[in-house]
Design a protein around this ligand. Structure first.
Ligand code: ADP
Ligand code: ASP
Ligand code: MG
Length: 412
């Protein structure tokens, strides 16, 4: 029988009633003739609670225990979903990641999926099981320890199962009815898109649109998984939601198709470093080794052989970045006057594959933001996106202004 993957996010399994509602949707697809693999998240709020408990118990925690604890929310929903389906007379059972086994690297809290053997689940499907409920977000390392795939990782579990089982489609059920031109929670003018290209979704996800985990989009693109995002709260409609697809399958595209934002950014400036060959390597090499994810970089104008170097990184890595830089200074490998950290910044980006062939998007973006009196602290561009770092208090204003200026409310 053809296989369908259905993933239910935290809000879609937040209560027993919602689990029942989700189970009814699964039942409908079973009746449509599919063997279904259901991927579940933890009930909404559960993972945050577990992370809080870890932080409170042990600030410099053992990452293996973090994963053992933080993955547990999914175990509960997987079991409850299987029981609910059984109550509906649908043959179902739950699987934790290690039971499948979903094999990952040992990079705890950010593990990558290496392999999903299909024989265990297929044997059960062969015996008449119609639904395999799999706990999302978790796997097992080569050392036999439980791993997790990073926040939002159940999306990636779902796409990886769809690829491994050559599923007909991977449906991501969430609390919005599709992918929008921007986060519908920040702008009531956001428009739902019927389709979005993999490349654009990849950029939007990596620039902060958490509707899909970035890695899930990468996998879907690589393995040609038919990926759809839709609401678990609306009535059943076979054409609902947004399809993430190849660029060629989109008839009409615009220069800019989406605006994304990320609140959790920080800007760091090293004041007065020597302006000499190799200075960037002396700064960013140790930062990379220290596990700091540097995003945007600017080297300021140089005077008297000295220069300022500015970069951005996630806000929760500021302390680590400062420690790395200070120890490079103590080692004598890097000389600078001081580090200034600004933790009140956010990143706003516009994304569109149409930018490849149209110029002037950056100029328009800068003009719109300047008209609103928003100062740009750092700018970064790539082929299909332009990102700016601004004061965090201006996020809503910047997103709205850009959404208006690029006429995104006319899309969808
Ligand atoms: P789930 O728990 O189902 O995985 P998430 O909270 O991870 O749900 O992702 C859904 C959320 O993503 C939405 O509630 C919405 O606020 C946010 N989001 C951000 N950008 C977008 C966008 N462009 N389109 C749709 N939703 C978006
Ligand atoms: N429960 C995990 C999280 O909150 C994984 C997920 O929901 O995708 O990040
Ligand atoms: Mg999510």
């Amino acid at each position: 029988m053809p296989v369908l993957v259905m993933k239910f996010g935290g809000t879609s399994v937040a209560t027993l009633d919602r689990i029942k509602r989700a189970a009814k949707r699964v039942g409908r697809e079973v009746a449509n003739g599919f063997d279904v693999i259901v991927i579940v998240s933890a009930m909404s709020g559960k993972t945050n609670e577990l992370v809080g408990w870890v932080d409170e118990t042990s600030p410099l925690y053992d990452a293996r225990e973090y994963d053992a604890i933080v993955s547990s929310g999914e175990n509960i929903t997987a079991g409850l979903m299987a029981l609910t389906l059984q109550e509906m007379d649908i043959p179902a059972r739950s699987w934790q990641g290690w039971q499948v086994p979903l094999k990952t690297t040992s990079a705890h809290s950010a593990a990558r999926i290496e392999e999903i053997p299909t024989d265990n689940l297929n044997a059960k499907f062969g015996e008449g099981m119609r639904v395999a409920v799999v706990a999302g977000f978790q796997g097992v390392s080569p050392e036999g320890r439980i791993t997790t795939l990073g926040r939002g990782g159940s999306d990636t579990t779902a796409v990886a199962f769809a690829a491994a089982f050559e599923a007909e489609r991977c449906d991501i059920y969430t609390d919005v009815d599709g992918i929008y031109t921007t986060d519908p929670r920040i702008s009531d003018k956001a428009r739902k898109l019927d389709r979005i290209a993999f490349e654009e979704m990849l950029e939007l996800a990596s620039l902060g649109a958490k509707v899909l985990q970035t890695r899930s989009v990468e996998l879907a693109m690589r393995y040609k998984v038919k990926l759809r995002v839709l609401s678990s709260f609306e009535e059943y409609d076979p054409n609902a939601g947004t399809l993430v697809c190849d660029e060629e399958d989109i008839v009409e595209s615009n220069v800019v198709n989406g605006v994304a934002y990320s609140r959790d950014e920080a800007k760091m400036t090293l004041i007065s470093v020597a302006d000499r060959p190799g200075i960037a390597a002396a700064i960013f090499g140790p930062l990379a080794e220290g596990g700091v994810n540097v995003d945007m970089i600017v080297q300021n104008i140089s005077e008297d052989g000295r220069t300022d170097m500015t970069f951005s990184c996630p806000i929760d890595q500021v302390a680590r970045a400062e420690a790395v830089m200070n120890s490079s200074k103590t080692d004598g490998e890097l000389n600078f006057q001081e580090i200034i950290s600004d933790t009140d910044v956010a990143k706003v980006s516009v994304v569109g594959i149409g930018m490849r062939s149209q110029s002037g998007v950056a100029a328009k973006m800068f003009e719109v933001l300047s008209r609103e009196g928003i100062n740009l602290k750092v700018i970064a561009t790539s082929e299909i996106k332009i990102s700016v770092l601004i004061d965090r208090k201006y996020i809503e204003l910047a997103v709205q202004a850009l959404h208006d200026a690029f006429e995104l409310e006319k899309h969808g």
